[in-house]
Design a protein around this ligand. Structure first.
Ligand code: SF4
Ligand code: SF4
Length: 379
């Protein structure tokens, strides 16, 4: 057993001694009702799929209204360029069938639902870890990081600025579904459905806590990056650029190809991520900045305890992302990774079949022994 887990366990036992009944009704019971039955989970999935269907129909009908004409009549061919000319190898991911896109969307919804269930109902890290690994394998290495909502931000901005820019339904779905899920349950997309987050999550080995002001100030760069990405995306066609995709640090790792310096940045971020948890998510990701704003209004944000806080501060060192402030999970910074649950004495009580609400406030004496009497010191 790890020292911290052992310490948590000891404290949970000591807290169990200092029980304080506070009643069986009230806030903690209401929190337990998230996904309290399979029907509510089905309802959530139905809502999400309905949103996908609605966005698909809307985008299809909007696209049919646009009169699009190809600006270039005919692209140069090897015959017109010269006999020795060779067509270059295709550099982009080849187009996929609609069925494959539909599968992508279904798996995205399933991954977010699994993380939401793990954070709000199951309250176990294991399910989040499994989802993270599957997302890394499927959306990362198998689908090669495309489509992803981070890059979709630019497609949405470009299509809003220029109606001749088409936008596939799957891009709309990937952009809006994580926003909707965040509005319901916090940043569950970041918790285990994002390939870029997943590849950083698996390398978190010995995280250190950054000073809060460093964390927050570096985090503001996400919004600068977001503004720059939108600015370049809404430019007229010749000047338009999708800088998020161009400088995506992990796409080269997923595709095992790319310019050396982009792959180098990706590998460097992964190396940095072994002791500074998810640096791209916290300081660079523009879509993460959007999710942070939306998560302020989340219906059910992640809560460290299964019922109510006792302010023992044991969770503060458990979060590798600096997302716990004053013993509370910050709505905007919490990445729904479920790591902090195991550090909570009240969570341990629930896992042991006890009623967590009967455990009272933390006796601070357990954490900091009382000073000895002067006469003891003299002796
Ligand atoms: S912050 Fe960005 S990169 Fe990180 S998990 Fe969230 S969406 Fe993915
Ligand atoms: S507070 Fe930290 S450890 Fe807990 S779920 Fe959020 S990001 Fe993970």
């Amino acid at each position: 057993m790890r020292p911290q887990a052992e310490h948590c366990w000891k404290l949970s036992r000591s807290l169990a001694i200092a029980r304080r009944p506070i009643g069986a009704s009230g806030r903690w019971r209401r929190r337990e009702r998230v996904f309290s039955s399979p029907a509510s989970l089905v309802l959530f999935c139905t809502f999400i799929l309905g949103a996908v269907l609605g966005s698909t129909l809307a985008s299809t009908s909007a696209a049919q209204e646009v009169n699009y004409s190809r600006p270039v009549a005919a692209a140069p061919q090897p015959e017109s360029i010269g006999a020795d000319y060779q067509l270059p190898a295709v550099q982009h991911v080849p187009p996929r069938g609609q069925g494959q896109y539909a599968l992508d969307v279904v798996l995205l919804v399933a991954a977010m639902a699994a993380v939401a269930y793990a954070c709000h109902r199951g309250r176990r890290r294991m399910l989040v870890t499994a989802t993270t690994l599957l997302a890394l394998g499927y959306f990362g290495f198998w689908r090669q990081g495309c489509v992803c909502p981070i890059g979709a931000t630019q497609n949405v901005a470009a299509s809003l600025a220029d109606p001749t820019v088409g936008i596939p339904w799957v891009v709309i779905a990937f952009f809006f579904l994580p926003l909707g899920a965040t509005l319901l349950f916090g940043r569950v997309f970041c918790g285990g459905a994002c390939a870029l987050g997943a590849i950083q999550d698996v390398v978190v080995l010995r995280p250190v806590q950054l000073p809060l002001w460093v964390d927050r100030w570096l985090g503001k760069f996400r919004y600068v990056y977001l503004a720059a990405a939108v600015w370049f995306a809404v430019q007229p066609a010749p000047a338009r650029d999708f800088i998020i995709c161009r400088f995506d640090p992990f796409i080269g790792v997923f595709r095992l190809s790319g310019t050396p310096w982009v792959i180098g940045v990706g590998v460097g971020l992964l190396a940095l991520g072994t002791f500074i948890g998810r640096p791209y998510c916290r300081f660079l990701c523009p879509y993460g900045g959007l999710l942070a704003v939306v998560s302020r209004f989340a219906w059910r944000a992640v809560s460290i305890t299964p019922d109510r806080e006792i302010d023992c501060r044991l969770c503060s060192t458990a979060c590798p992302f600096g997302a716990i402030e004053n013993c509370r999970a910050s709505r905007t910074a919490c990445l729904a990774c479920a790591r902090c649950f195991a550090s909570c004495p009240r969570q341990h009580a629930v896992w042991n079949g006890e009623t967590a609400c009967n455990i009272g406030p933390a006796p601070l004496v357990e954490l900091s022994p009382p000073p000895r009497e002067p006469e003891e010191v003299l002796v």
